[in-house]
Design a protein around this ligand. Structure first.
Ligand SMILES: [Zn+2]
Length: 165
């Protein structure tokens, strides 16, 4: 889904960051280290985990879109975010099928499914099957690797109208 009303997001000092370029990002770990802030690098590229309840996005319910903080890929819409009580921003559905990559993760003696950015393969978090309807899934995501872009006022009004489908 391309949102033509929003200009492409960019980030200073990060040449791969784009909310409109969907081509895969393949750069070396060395290069990631140069262009990402230390906290984003440690989670996105080294599969770190932020402390629970530490994200300002955890209790945050503005209308808009969440993007990968490493590459600008759109990941989640605010209307799929829910209060899971797990301490990390949680969503029940990604913005599209290709926005996320799923990988089995058997580390730490647990059977989990890791979720990564579909464009740059940044580690985002894990997905569990104890989420709310309609998907029953809980995407448990590190807030450090999410950028939030508020929806424009006009779009918000449009969304408040009853859906015609
Ligand atoms: Zn990414």
């Amino acid at each position: 889904m391309n949102d033509k009303k929003n200009p492409a997001l960019t980030k200073e000092g990060n040449p791969v960051y784009s909310s409109t370029d969907t081509s895969k990002v393949k750069i070396t770990d060395e290069d990631w280290k140069k262009i990402l802030p230390a906290d984003v690098y440690s989670i996105a590229r080294q599969k770190g985990t932020e402390r629970p309840w530490s994200s300002k996005l955890e209790n945050f319910y503005e209308t808009g879109t969440y993007y990968c903080a490493a590459c600008g890929n759109a990941l989640f819409k605010s209307d799929t975010k829910f209060e899971s009580g797990c301490g990390w921003p949680s969503f029940y559905e990604p913005i599209s099928k290709t926005s996320i990559i799923y990988t089995p993760d058997n580390s730490h003696g647990m059977k989990r499914t890791e979720v990564q950015c579909g464009r740059c393969e940044a580690h985002l978090g894990h997905v569990f099957d104890d989420g709310p309807p309609p998907t029953g899934l809980r995407y448990c995501i590190n807030g450090v690797v999410l950028d939030f872009e508020k929806a424009k006022e006009a779009e918000k009004k449009y969304k408040e109208k009853p859906r015609e489908q």
